[in-house]
Ligand binder design. Structure first.
Ligand code: IPM
Ligand code: MN
Length: 325
């Protein structure tokens, strides 16, 4: 049975980086015998303008039917589309590996995986305004914390067995304190430490090599993963996977970058490495590793976009990586 794959190209540079990544996905699928039934759906700012909804009903139906979603970045309506997908399918763990790549100038050496809680915290979107007071709800549940902590445990067990739990329980004693307590319980037996989010931001720049798996809440994870991506050489290289128990969605960490859209200069590597995460989630580590090796080879060969010192176009990078699979 082929996997039902929904591709959402998105806005800005989205269609370019996704097209480049599709070359890689098709090549890896045929080389490693993975069958996909591919559908494409328009969602985001363009869909909002054309159909009056950032996530049109027919795309939502395709998403419901899909086993896996592969998505480019989205512009102004990113929260509507991205959070809707994360919440609707309870994609509760956001996996964001951060690692140096050959030939990419970096701030420091880093090799860690962020496991970001992905459906709770202030991201539940419960905001209120009454007169001169605006309020947002921060939601942390025991079940939500346990399940994401278990994902962090699995990653740590496959790596250096070390987890850093990041929170701000010195201020948010009840919410972040609960997250910390439940997480620590789930992580027993591993080498576990904890850090306040402000200190973690500092440590990520000062001594990023100290981190193996980082487990944190939704909003802190959002902020720290942009920071960490830059430490490794830039957000154009950072992949992510939104994982639930039955469905998953893969996307680059970066945004739609309207300022450089349509010029063929966007770096497709974040999106291509997100495809590697997708194959890994499908249980095809062989294809995932092959994509990662091919990305490294393309960088070593100097086939790269201008943001990391190359002269190749988005699609050239995609086609080159696909060709060496
Ligand atoms: C991300 C993005 C999203 C987030 C936005 C677009 C809603 O920044 O995936 O990191 O904040 O989670
Ligand atoms: Mn973000």
């Amino acid at each position: 049975m082929p996997y039902r794959l929904l591709v959402i190209p998105g806005d800005g540079i989205g269609p370019e980086v996704v097209e480049a990544a599709m070359h890689v996905i098709r090549a890896a699928a045929s080389r490693y015998g993975v069958e996909f039934e591919i559908k494409t759906g328009e969602a985001g700012d363009v869909a909002l303008r054309k159909y009056g909804a950032a996530m049109p009903q027919d795309v939502l139906k395709l998403a419901d039917a899909a086993d896996v979603i592969f998505k480019g970045p989205i512009g102004e309506s990113a929260y509507d589309v991205t959070s809707l997908i994360r919440m609707r399918y309870t994609l509760y763990a956001n996996i964001r590996p951060v690692k140096n790549l050959p030939g990419v100038p970096a701030v420091k050496d880093i090799d860690c995986v962020f496991v970001r809680e992905n459906v709770e915290d202030v991201y539940v979107g419960a905001e209120y305004k009454v007169g001169g007071v605006a309020i947002a709800l921060k939601v942390i549940t025991e079940q939500g914390t346990r399940r994401v902590a278990r994902v962090a445990r699995r990653y740590a067990e496959a790596r250096r067995r070390k987890v850093t739990v990041v929170h701000k329980a010195n201020v948010l004693r009840i919410t972040d304190g609960f997250f910390r307590d439940v997480a620590l319980e789930e992580l027993k037996g591993l080498e576990v430490d904890q850090m306040y989010v402000d200190a973690a931001a500092m440590e990520l720049v000062r001594n990023p090599a100290r981190f193996d798996v980082v487990l944190t809440t939704n909003q802190y994870g959002d902020i720290l993963t942009d920071l960490a991506a830059q430490v490794a050489g830039g957000i154009g290289l950072a992949p992510s996977g939104n994982i639930g128990d039955y469905k998953a969605m893969f996307e680059p960490v970066h945004g739609a970058a309207f300022d450089i859209a349509g010029r063929g200069v966007a770096n497709p590597i974040a999106t291509i490495l997100s495809a590697a995460l997708m194959f890994e989630w499908l249980g095809r580590r062989d294809a995932a590793e092959a994509i990662r090796r091919a990305v490294e080879k393309s960088l070593e060969a100097g086939i790269k976009t201008p943001d990391i010192g190359g002269r190749s176009s988005t699609i050239e990078v995609g086609k080159y990586i696909a060709s060496i699979l």
